[in-house]
Design a protein around this ligand. Structure first.
Ligand code: PMP
Length: 377
């Protein structure tokens, strides 16, 4: 099997996460909403323990964590959930950015259909949004600003601290899609100004199908988000339905490890990066997104003279890499992220994303180099 270098699409699962999932599937399988016997009590205790572990990563309160099926659902809940409040208060202007994930951009298309004015900010060639442009875009009727933390295609960290300063004294809701940075870049998301944080279990060595929306309270009150589903009352009425206890327990374990092992993981990823860069730079690869803002486990490169699809196929027995975000790769449309950064069509067609983690084994980079050189002829 090829070595897996597609950790931004999904990560492998930590062994202790898998053990937690299995335990709550096989043994302690009770319903957390039925704590009238030990089965239910064990399930509820596990859910609340995991909620605390997830909250701890961003220094939120336990009751500010709403479990969802993943970041897609969290993004939808934060964005569409505010439509009601916006319409009631006559605040119909929304600001987001051109490099957001489809699970942010498509709810915004829906908001536009509902009558909201959605303003999409451009991005600079380094892959970052320009905080000044955001500041200029704000209006008295701005309801919501939505900015991602780390881009999934480039690994570029966005200037959230600057955004926090701009939004400091303004009554505008701020949502951050942190699917790619939660549990990796810890400090930014602890900023109390961020109202909503979307997170996903399967990007932090946890299970798929579980995530959360962190909803920070203001003056002990939730922001005015309206649920998208009804019935059951779970998750404070914001996300009803029987909780997937096993997935939640695994997610909690993954969150705990993310904090505990952060430094060690970063170091391992950086060492891997240096080896990858040495080979790829020798081939003339150019990095898409500024190196100094890129998280250590991601490289998005374009190699002159080599089409990415051809390269990915040629490399497929050695390393498993991707050409664009997994969620849109079936559409074969050029990456909206790289296009927004101003890359030529040719460079976009040559772009390859490599993303690894602390569990990734050594790659034989000389073999990678030989395969790629042979493609150039
Ligand atoms: N936002 C970003 C930035 C992502 O990378 C992803 C996953 N590709 C998502 C949202 C969606 O996350 P999930 O798979 O948990 O729905």
């Amino acid at each position: 099997m090829a070595i897996y270098l597609d950790c931004n699409a999904t990560t492998p699962v930590e062994p202790s996460v898998a053990s937690a999932v299995v335990r709550f599937l096989e043994k302690d399988f009770g319903n957390a909403a039925s704590p009238i016997h030990d089965y239910g009590v064990f399930a509820l205790t596990a859910v609340e323990h995991a909620r605390g572990q997830v909250a701890e990563v961003v220094k939120a309160n336990r009751d500010e964590v709403i479990f969802t099926s993943g970041a897609t659902e969290s993004n939808n809940l934060a964005i569409l959930g505010l439509a009601d409040a916006g319409m009631r208060n006559g605040r119909c202007h929304i600001i987001s950015t051109a490099i957001e994930h489809k699970s942010v951009l498509e709810p915004f298309e829906e908001m536009a259909r509902l009558g909201f004015e959605v303003q999409i900010l451009p991005v600079q060639s380094d892959g970052r949004i320009d905080p000044q442009r955001l500041s200029d875009a704000i209006r008295p009727d701005t309801l919501l600003v939505s900015t991602m933390q780390v881009n999934n295609e480039t690994g570029v960290l966005q200037p959230l601290t600057e955004v926090a300063d701009i939004l400091a004294d303004r009554e505008i809701w701020w949502h951050v899609d942190a699917a790619q940075g939660f549990g990796k870049e810890l400090e930014q998301l602890r900023h109390p100004r961020i109202n909503f944080i979307s997170i996903s279990g399967h990007k932090i060595y946890g299970p798929k199908g579980i995530g959360a929306l962190v909803v920070r309270k203001q003056n002990r009150q939730f922001p005015p988000i309206h649920p998208l589903m009804f019935g059951g009352g779970q998750e404070q009425g914001l996300r009803p339905g029987t909780l997937p206890v096993s997935l939640i327990a695994g997610f909690g374990e993954a969150a705990k490890l993310a904090v505990r092992n952060n430094g060690d993981r970063m170091k391992k990823c950086q060492t891997f990066r240096e080896k990858a860069l040495a080979t790829l730079s020798a081939l003339g690869a150019e990095q898409n997104g500024a190196e100094k803002y890129t998280l250590p486990h991601v490289l998005n490169i374009s190699i002159p003279g080599i089409n990415s699809e051809v390269a990915i196929k040629a490399l497929k027995n050695v390393i498993a890499v991707s050409s664009t975000s997994a969620c849109t790769s079936h559409t074969h449309t050029p990456s909206h992220v790289l296009t927004a950064m101003g890359l030529s069509f040719e460079k976009v067609e040559q772009s390859i994303r490599l993303s690894w983690c602390h569990m990734t084994p050594e790659v034989d980079w000389s073999e990678v180099e030989n395969i790629l050189r042979a493609l150039r002829g």
